[in-house]
Design a protein around this ligand. Sequence first.
Ligand SMILES: CC(C)(COP(=O)(O)OP(=O)(O)OC[C@H]1O[C@@H](n2cnc3c(N)ncnc32)[C@H](O)[C@@H]1OP(=O)(O)O)[C@@H](O)C(=O)NCCC(=O)NCCS
Length: 184
Amino acid sequence: MRDHPLTTARLSLSPLGPGDRDAFVAYRRDPAVARLQSWTPDYGTAEADRLIAAQPDGPLPAPGGWLQLAVRDPATSALLGDVAVHTWDSQPDTYELGVTVAPARQRAGVGREAVRRVADWLFDDHGAHRLVALCDARNEAVARLLRASGFRHEGRNVAADFFKGEWTSLDTYALLADERGAGR
Ligand SMILES: CC(C)(COP(=O)(O)OP(=O)(O)OC[C@H]1O[C@@H](n2cnc3c(N)ncnc32)[C@H](O)[C@@H]1OP(=O)(O)O)[C@@H](O)C(=O)NCCC(=O)NCCS
């Protein structure tokens, strides 16, 4: 089975590489992109280099590890965003997803198309049982994206996460293999 690149009508996805670094750092430094994410707008090239060097050798990360899939325009190879895949080590066949789209490419369906493709890949090619996304409750864009992709809102941990100087609420979304269909 050949895993990467994953393709859609408009996108090509494969592990983040050295050629993506500058575009990746540029959108991670955007304050609006960083605001509800784990990094800050001073995100630097050294951090990006470490992340790129830490990409798994195989198609999927080992339990506990992360894979950063670059989302590219297949015609130009321009980096449009990324989808992060985290293999949980506490449950089998369970993967957490994160998604970012460069500001200039947002609101054009890129995030949704990329997440759906990655979800299909995990379910169809790797026998995933459950996909999970953990999001800041203020993040309306990702909530809409996940719901439109078939994810179910599982719950909210209220004022549970002390994040960037304030107590924030965390939403959990999930999609089971058995539930697929609604968002396809
Ligand atoms: C969340 C994010 C990935 C969405 O990517 P995108 O490519 O713009 O999303 P899409 O164009 O596929 O749109 C998906 C849905 O989100 C909605 N949406 C997109 N941006 C939005 C915004 N800024 N505000 C409200 N809704 C928004 C779209 O209208 C669409 O909803 P609909 O199907 O009901 O019309 C993007 O906004 C982003 O990178 N944000 C910063 C990083 C981040 O917070 N990531 C999530 C971490 S969990």
